[in-house]
Design a protein around this ligand. Structure first.
Ligand code: 5GP
Ligand code: MN
Length: 346
């Protein structure tokens, strides 16, 4: 069930947060495996805000993030757990307060999961996914009506006052909102998303530059991979209003795959009027990753949760299976008849 937090509940969150923020601490801000723009943007923006209160703050992610986010203010200080796990374990051991951002389930912490279970620190969750696991947290801000976790960070910073917002914080938060909304083309459910962005833009040096640095920095290989995926690998199943693109390890290697190169590919088939659901299936280090997108009421969150060990949002979700590409595609095709009726509705 979506949890919708009204203003009173937000006030409760802010007053709990205040008890943590007011005395200096060792804080770690952690986001999810395969970090995206919202994970990195919310974590960097929030860490920079927390430092203004005198806290020592480290930012950590389970594995590497896409190169097109490396320019973000503070990105070079992010600790990547699977590259430097001993240092990360030491940081976690001395952490007094751990913030989990853009996280819907503990399993999204990847390799850090077993370490997390041993930690007795104060844990605080800020997230916008559906069916977020909110057990065992000191306090939680979870709202499925916002575009992104970064939007919740914008609200938090502005709750403390406009003076806490500066260019790096506003830039980082904007990257999170821009990427999670596909440049303001989806996942916007309330006008406040735009009014918050206007306030961020008053502090950020240039929106155009942010957009260019995220979207106009493709390598030639990445753009050719996109072309190949659409012209050669896109399957269109009219009967189910569904499109499936699969990319195996060899195909990714052919285009010198770098982390982040498949980002966005899944959205293209949805631009066909007749398509309600788009699926991207990729082969990654021994597992098969699924990326789901939909238009309208068809919930890919429910599909991913039920069949693919995953979840996310109504119109964007992901999941993972340990099997071969052939088995993954067979399973996906076999599932479609069950969802035919729902896929034909608006
Ligand atoms: P993407 O397809 O871009 O990887 O993910 C789409 C959305 O689903 C994101 O909000 C992401 O956080 C969420 N998501 C992706 N993979 C998983 C997963 O394996 N489990 C869960 N619970 N959520 C996921
Ligand atoms: Mn997000």
């Amino acid at each position: 069930m979506p949890i919708i937090w009204d203003n009173m509940q937000r006030e409760l969150f802010f007053s709990s947060l205040d008890t943590v923020i007011q005395s200096p601490k060792h804080i770690t801000v952690l986001s999810h495996v395969n970090p995206d723009g919202d994970a990195i943007g919310s974590s960097l923006g929030f860490s920079q805000f927390l430092r203004k209160f005198g806290h020592e703050v480290e930012v950590m992610v389970p594995n590497d993030f896409p190169g097109f986010l490396a320019w973000m203010p503070g990105a070079s200080e992010i600790h990547v757990y699977d590259k430097e796990s001993e240092l990360c374990d030491r940081i976690l051991d001395r952490t007094d307060c751990l913030f989990l951002l853009d996280f819907n389930h503990i399993s999204r912490s990847g390799l850090i999961q077993s370490k997390l279970k041993t930690l007795n620190t104060t844990k605080i969750l800020i997230d916008h996914h559906r069916d977020t696991d909110i057990e065992n947290f000191f306090c939680v801000l979870s709202d499925t009506e916002v575009s992104s976790t970064s939007e919740l960070i914008a609200e938090t910073v502005l709750h403390y006052g406009n003076d806490y917002l500066d260019d790096p914080i506003a830039t980082n938060i904007l990257v999170g909102i821009v990427t999670d909304t596909g440049s303001f083309s989806h996942s916007i459910f309330r006008p406040e998303t735009f009014s918050l962005c206007a306030r961020l833009l008053e502090k950020a040096s240039s929106y155009n530059k942010i957009h260019q640095q995220v979207y106009d920095t493709f390598s030639e290989d990445r753009l050719r991979l996109l072309g190949y995926a659409i012209s050669r690998k896109m399957e269109v199943l009219d009967e189910y209003a569904t499109s499936i693109i699969s990319l195996n390890k060899e195909e990714l290697e052919l285009f010198n795959y770098q982390v982040g190169d498949t980002e966005g590919i899944v959205n293209y088939p949805l631009s066909m009027e007749k398509i309600k659901m788009a699926v991207l299936v990729t082969e990654r280090q021994g597992v098969i990753r699924f990326s789901f997108r939909s238009k309208g009421s068809f919930s890919v969150h429910e599909l991913a949760q039920k069949h693919f060990n995953g979840g996310g949002h109504t119109n964007a979700a992901g999941g993972t299976l340990s099997c071969s590409m052939g088995q993954a595609l067979e399973m996906l095709h076999n599932l479609l008849p069950e969802y035919k009726e729902l896929l034909q509705q608006n």
